[in-house]
Design a protein around this ligand. Structure first.
Ligand code: NA7
Length: 540
């Protein structure tokens, strides 16, 4: 492989290696190469850019954050020239957007696709990383930046007994084929009813001869209320972008709205009902983040919204037996990643859809012709795993990373991932993580953009000072994890069992994955750390 060498005297092959060409990697390349003038190379396993939006191309895949804020804000021109077609962007539309970004900023020439980073090893004597790929590349770099994200590069499929006996087709939604799959007239089984299952199930029901859904946990979902947007709406958004981003950065979740300032407990039942109904009609995450201030922090307030959503689910399903199996119980509302749906519950009233409640019968094994539960056989032509991801730590742990003194990331994270601010780790100098574990969670492109800017500024400061090594301090990292736990304990999140805590993958350590204070507080915190000369990091 030819590495561009703009500085032949430099001691490394490149200045920066970025892993991943999704939202994070694309912007990181632009910042490092075009703003700092660093020789930067991006590697991605996929045969195209787009990260999550490259891989998750299953039927019905759509982002559940509003398109006009699920994008970069760094370029006013980009914001003005791109027209979103609807309230939420579909996967193909997001992929077009990210390809447009790659072309517009001439990023492709420094991106190596179909190349997996397999190993990265830090050399304390030179303060450099050596990066090895599956194509045999071996190159040295000063900075290593992870843009692998939280999910997409680590799809998770549970091991079902005798899975290999099944003679039909199997798919995982996270590695859906790029070539069209014709499932018309098939008997399809879907395992999983998370965000992905909830999107793919209505689509597959329209194609299948029969669809059987294997549900382990019933989901609270909020209706998307998706619609197309007209030119006038787009014009208005584009005119108001400055204010929209200001509100977004000052918000709890990275969305451009605020809660209403009241506790759900202060209102009468009638007032609460009116508030929830108005937000329900708008749909999406506004139902959560534009509502009462304490839905996610007070169990009593949470139960009011949970009951409201349960009542809506009951209205949406006619079959009384199926309906009750779809009503979530046992976890607070939004204790796991909230799900946004279109036509999800209505799908279960179709004649060609069967719901299998895995709390009353469990999957015993696969057979040559389908799935056998403890109750009966379900004959299937196709099985779809909508079973999610080895999230948060999985994507980075799939790379053999050895930091200072040969410390392996797998050892450092044996009790779960630990970082300082989600940006860097003690023992792994000059390795930066864009939306790493322990960062804020919310509207991810917004978190990503801030991280990319924070990291590129940190690198610039280190270079200006003639420093060689930027590393999180162990005590700061430990204190940050304590803060994550303390902040999470002020919310309903610890009551949920999902990829948030690692509990979706058997054997994974349970952990607090994110900072669950507000996004604005997190953002200010990171900026304050930078302003204080990177307190909690050493620059040497
Ligand atoms: P999720 O949200 O992790 O959902 C995975 C689903 O698969 C969920 O319903 C699980 O049930 C189910 N699952 C997992 N293992 C099993 C087994 N062994 N048996 C039956 N069912 C199982 O993944 P998604 O892809 O939907 O969404 C991931 C994120 O992508 C989402 O949060 C957004 O950020 C985008 P469970 O609920 O654990 O009982």
């Amino acid at each position: 492989m030819e590495i561009p060498r703009t500085s032949p005297t430099a001691p490394t092959d490149v200045d920066a290696v970025v892993i991943g060409a999704g939202f994070a990697g694309l912007y990181m390349l632009h910042r490092l190469r075009d703003k700092l003038g660093l020789r930067t190379i991006v590697f991605d396993t996929a045969d195209g850019v787009g990260g999550t939006w490259h891989w998750n191309c299953y039927p019905g895949a759509r982002c559940d954050t509003e398109s006009y804020v699920y994008c970069y804000s760094f370029s006013p021109q980009l914001l003005q020239e791109w027209d979103w077609s609807g309230k939420y962007p579909s996967q193909p539309e997001l992929l077009s957007y990210l390809n447009h970004v790659a072309d517009r900023f001439e990023l492709r020439r420094d991106i190596r696709l179909e190349t997996r980073v397999e190993r990265a090893t830090y050399d304390d004597s030179t303060d450099t990383w050596t990066v090895a790929t599956d194509r045999g590349d071996l190159l040295t770099t000063r900075f290593l930046i992870s843009g692998v994200g939280l999910l997409a590069s680590a799809p998770y499929a549970p091991s079902f007994r005798d899975a290999e006996d099944f003679t039909g087709e199997t798919f995982h939604t996270g590695t859906w084929p790029k070539t069209p799959v014709d499932l018309t007239g098939k008997r399809i089984g879907v395992i999983g009813t998370g965000s992905t299952g909830v999107q793919i199930i209505p689509e597959l029901a329209r194609q299948a001869d029969h669809l059987t859904v294997f549900q382990r946990t019933a989901q609270f979902t909020v209706p998307a209320q998706h619609h197309t947007v007209d030119a006038e709406t787009l014009r208005e958004i584009k005119t108001n972008y400055a204010a929209i981003w200001e509100a977004t950065y000052a918000s709890v979740g990275g969305f451009p709205w605020q809660h209403n300032g009241r506790s759900a407990l202060d209102d009468t039942p009638e007032q609460r009902e009116a508030t929830f109904r108005a937000l329900w009609a708008e749909g999406g995450f506004r139902f959560i983040f534009g509502s009462y201030k304490d839905l996610l922090t007070n169990l009593e307030a949470n139960e009011h919204v949970a009951e409201f959503v349960r009542a809506r689910i009951r209205e949406r399903v006619r079959n009384p037996e199926v309906r009750e199996k779809l009503v979530p119980r046992g976890e607070p509302f939004a204790a796991r990643r909230p799900v946004v749906d279109t036509d999800y519950f209505e799908t279960y009233d179709r004649d060609n859809v069967t719901l299998v409640d895995l709390t009353s019968e469990s999957i015993e094994r696969f057979t040559a012709t389908g799935i056998r539960t403890t109750a009966r056989d379900y004959p299937l032509d196709t099985i779809v795993y909508a079973t999610g991801f080895d999230a948060v730590s999985g994507p980075l742990l799939r790379i053999d990373i050895k930091g200072s003194g040969g410390l392996s990331l797998a050892d450092a994270w044996s009790k779960g991932p630990r970082t300082y601010l989600g940006l860097g780790m003690a023992g792994f100098p000059n390795l930066f993580t864009i939306t790493g574990p322990g960062s804020a969670f919310g509207n991810i492109p917004v978190v990503i953009q801030h991280h990319v800017e924070w990291i590129s500024t940190a690198i610039a400061r280190l270079i200006e000072r003639g420093g060689r090594r930027f590393e999180a301090i162990q005590e700061a990292q430990d204190a940050w994890y304590d803060e994550l736990v303390e902040t999470a304990n002020r919310t309903v999140i610890p009551f949920g069992n999902s990829w948030y805590s690692g509990s979706n993958v058997p054997g994974k350590p349970h952990t607090v994955s994110f900072y669950l204070g507000s996004y604005s507080a997190y953002r200010q915190r990171c900026d304050a750390v930078a302003a204080e000369g990177y307190a909690g990091f050493t620059l040497s």
